[in-house]
Design a protein around this ligand. Structure first.
Ligand SMILES: NC(=O)c1ccc[n+]([C@@H]2O[C@H](COP(=O)([O-])OP(=O)(O)OC[C@H]3O[C@@H](n4cnc5c(N)ncnc54)[C@H](O)[C@@H]3O)[C@@H](O)[C@H]2O)c1
Ligand SMILES: N[C@@H](CCC=O)C(=O)O
Length: 544
């Protein structure tokens, strides 16, 4: 088709409420029962076909009920990785020849399928497999993933429209936004189904083929994403999904001459490991691989003496404990002016102690369990350390119980020492460290927190005084890639607050934004001369 087209303009998918009596609540309950009632055999997808991995069996369980097995799959081996890379290479020429409109139509259809018939299936899988409440699943596996797919089409078109602004007489300059040469390796975390769906599809939209390695604990929802994309018309071999721990896949993928890029979200140590491997293999690649990674955080809230205590308390509870603090954006350290603290502490502790937690299929719960036994053990250890240190005081929570699920109570710890490692280490769970400072030491508190942790992902200032907001925003300019004023530091929305951080938190190639898609293209500049010269001599060479 020859046309300069206009696809549907993106708008953010509205969040459904799941209030009692709502149709979405009833539909979600049906899907929960259906998914819980079966053990699913989850398989790799290579070249559009399902494939049993060659490695050991891995179980996917419900974190809030860890004896309940949702499904099983086989770990992917080096052989599986070789087959997937072969499929990606074979699919590449046809996929990149397909027009951007045709590639976009597949993602727009996937978004509409997810907004409609697939919504509660993916929400239910995310609730059961990742222990999210209905609302936390809705903002992730439904709304954010729909938004990623719709807005990326819009941003991709912006990139294609970016063309040279000058043409000398008789010349037409153009930019060909080519995909990368080779395959992109997408590696995704357990905590956001939307991130799992975005990381392989963003490079694919720009014409790349992909090897996708999801997190083992997110595999149920990841398998459904693959099925949804295939229903939307994704051709075989464009995205090849390899379940498992990724160790064997990386052995092959990171040493392969066609590795064109890594699209990673997960912890800082894993990302640094991948980067080091790429560095060690540099001589073997056809081109320098693009490395994009969004990683850990030690996200902060700072409350100025002018802050409204109710706003601070709500930001702390929602920011630190929603989804058990397992958002990379979750507040895990708070710095509060003493006069504000004195007015909020009792309510903060009482409300935190009362937060309902348990099986997420009971819709009255605010929290579920942490993802696995490793996360549980890490939190137990951190809590034991609090009890053993005099400068740390447990204000709320501190209980752990793994008899049914991996439950860690929302925990608030006060520290007289802002240099304690609770203010720099990422636990990735429901532990909030608080330091209370004297009102006249606000600037010292902000200066100390600015670079005490190695991360720079999200942060929030809560204040009514405009000068304080302006000063803090400037003082913390490089301490967070997503900065919030009078709000919690979580819950970025695609198209509104592009997400990502700097320093140890990643390469800050904002997910769901044009800067991210740009990393998956390799522009070619084309100059066409309409009436080319036919004589090599320049005028200055002529005889006087
Ligand atoms: N900045 C962000 O946007 C963002 C978003 C979500 C999560 N996170 C971070 O992710 C972390 C939590 O997620 P996680 O526990 O899944 O992280 P993780 O680093 O343990 O795992 C991430 C992914 O890497 C895989 N992996 C690990 N070693 C590998 C290897 N050698 N080869 C291939 N794959 C390998 C895992 O299986 C998983 O799929 C936290 O640190 C959190 O802050 C960051
Ligand atoms: N984008 C999400 C966090 C993603 C990381 O886990 C937020 O803003 O809360």
């Amino acid at each position: 088709m020859d046309a300069i087209t206009l696809p549907p303009a993106p708008t953010n998918e509205p969040n459904l409420t799941y209030a009692p009596g709502s149709p979405e609540r009833a539909e979600l309950k049906v899907e929960l029962a259906r998914l819980e009632g079966n053990q699913h055999t989850l398989r790799a997808h290579v070249n559009g076909r399902k494939r049993n991995g060659g490695g050991a069996e891995i179980k996917v369980v419900q974190p809030h009920d860890h004896q309940h097995v949702l499904g099983t799959f086989k770990n992917s081996t080096t052989k599986d990785a070789e087959a997937a890379i072969k499929a990606a290479s074979a699919a590449a020429p046809e996929w990149r020849r397909l027009s951007f409109d045709d590639r976009s139509a597949i993602l727009l259809k996937a978004a509409d399928l997810l907004a409609g018939p697939w919504r509660q299936r993916l929400n239910a899988a995310t609730m059961l497999g990742q222990s999210k409440t209905a609302f936390q699943a809705e903002i992730d596996s439904a709304c954010e993933l729909i938004d990623f797919w719709r807005f990326n089409v819009h941003y991709g078109r912006q990139i294609l429209a970016e063309q040279p602004i000058a043409n000398s007489p008789g010349i037409w300059n153009r930019t060909d936004h080519r995909p990368l040469e080779g395959f992109v390796y997408a590696i995704t975390p357990f905590n956001f189904t939307a991130i799992a769906g975005n990381l392989p599809t963003a490079p694919a939209l720009m014409g790349n083929t992909v090897i996708w390695k999801p997190s083992p604990t997110q595999q149920l929802a990841a398998s459904l994403i693959m099925e949804l994309l295939e229903e939307a018309g994704l051709p075989p071999g464009v995205i090849n999904m390899l379940p498992g721990d990724g160790l064997d896949v990386s052995k092959v993928a990171l040493a392969h001459p066609d590795l064109a890029g890594i699209h990673f979200t997960g912890s800082t140590p894993t990302f640094q490991h991948l980067w080091r491997e790429v560095g060690a293999n540099l001589a073997s690649y056809r081109a320098y691989p693009r490395i994009v990674g969004e990683t850990g955080g030690k996200d902060f809230i700072v409350a100025h003496p002018s802050a409204d205590p109710d706003v601070v308390r709500t930001a702390m509870i929602r920011g630190a404990f929603e989804y058990q603090g397992q958002k990379c954006s979750a507040a895990s350290r708070a710095y509060v002016a003493r006069s504000v603290w004195d007015r909020l502490k009792d309510d903060l502790v009482a409300q935190t102690e009362a937060l309902p937690q348990g099986d997420v299929t009971d819709f009255s719960n605010f929290m579920g369990a942490v993802i696995d036994d490793r996360a549980f053990a890490k939190h137990k250890k951190a809590i034991a350390r609090v009890r053993a240190n005099k400068h740390l005081t447990m204000l709320a929570g501190g209980q752990t119980d793994d008899s049914v699920g991996w439950f860690v109570r929302p925990t608030i710890v006060a520290s007289t020492d802002p240099a304690d490692r609770m203010f720099s280490e990422e636990y990735f769970g429901p532990i909030l460290a608080v330091h209370v400072f004297d009102d006249d030491r606000y600037e010292q508190a902000v200066t100390q927190l600015e670079s005490f942790a190695p991360y720079a992902l999200t942060g929030a200032v809560i204040a009514r005084d405009r000068e304080a907001i302006a000063w803090t925003s400037e003082a913390l300019r490089f301490a967070a890639g997503n900065f919030y004023v009078n709000d919690k530091p979580t819950g970025a929305v695609v198209g509104q607050q592009p997400f990502g951080g700097g320093r140890a938190s990643g390469t800050n190639d904002k997910a769901g934004a044009a800067v991210n898609l740009l990393r998956w293209t390799s522009p070619r500049s084309i100059k066409e001369t309409f009436v080319p010269p036919k004589d090599y001599r320049y005028p200055h060479m002529e005889a006087e």
